[in-house]
Ligand binder design. Sequence first.
Ligand code: COA
Length: 170
Amino acid sequence: MAIRMEPLQAHHDTEAFGCGDDALDGWLRRIAKQHLRKGISRSFVAVESGNFHRVLGFYSLTVGEVDADALPSAIAKKLPRKIPIVLIGRLGVLTEAQGRGIGGYLLVDALHRALRVSSEVGIIAVLVDAKNKNAVNFYRHHGFLQLPDRPQRLILPIRTAISLFEIRPG
Ligand SMILES: CC(C)(COP(=O)(O)OP(=O)(O)OC[C@H]1O[C@@H](n2cnc3c(N)ncnc32)[C@H](O)[C@@H]1OP(=O)(O)O)[C@@H](O)C(=O)NCCC(=O)NCCS
């Protein structure tokens, strides 16, 4: 079945979602739609054709900034003290749908959106707060670098994303 991304909407069944991490599940169930109404973060869900209510995976995006001092030296060179970033605050895949490529699909979709944002406002990198060791490994597998003093926080420069994933705005 074909999978597609949609902005989180009222009809998506967030109550039935479970990815194995209670904090992530609780956030999607209780907070994501509130954030949407208030404009605090935007969430996007993966759904399957034929069952557009069932959430197979999701991620949330917001913007922020990070101190250049906190970055790996390879990235921090010649940058100002505060670096504008897009933050992937949360990302998870329904337990029974894991291992089918949906996590990678969510990540590339998030990078596409970050790239589109970067063409309108200044954004240098995508940051993620990995919730556990498993998540750290997932992001490292996709080219993210750990911050030296905060290894659960990882960064991928927009330019690296373009070259690694061959993504373009559009
Ligand atoms: C981590 C998670 C998002 C991965 O999603 P998934 O759909 O199972 O992953 P995919 O099938 O899309 O895997 C894509 C690629 O990532 C790799 N990968 C998946 N999980 C990985 C992990 N934990 N460590 C390293 N690599 C991993 C896969 O081998 C695959 O590699 P390939 O493209 O080179 O073949 C999912 O397991 C999950 O939701 N876990 C629980 C919640 C969580 O920890 N979320 C992250 C918090 S921020």
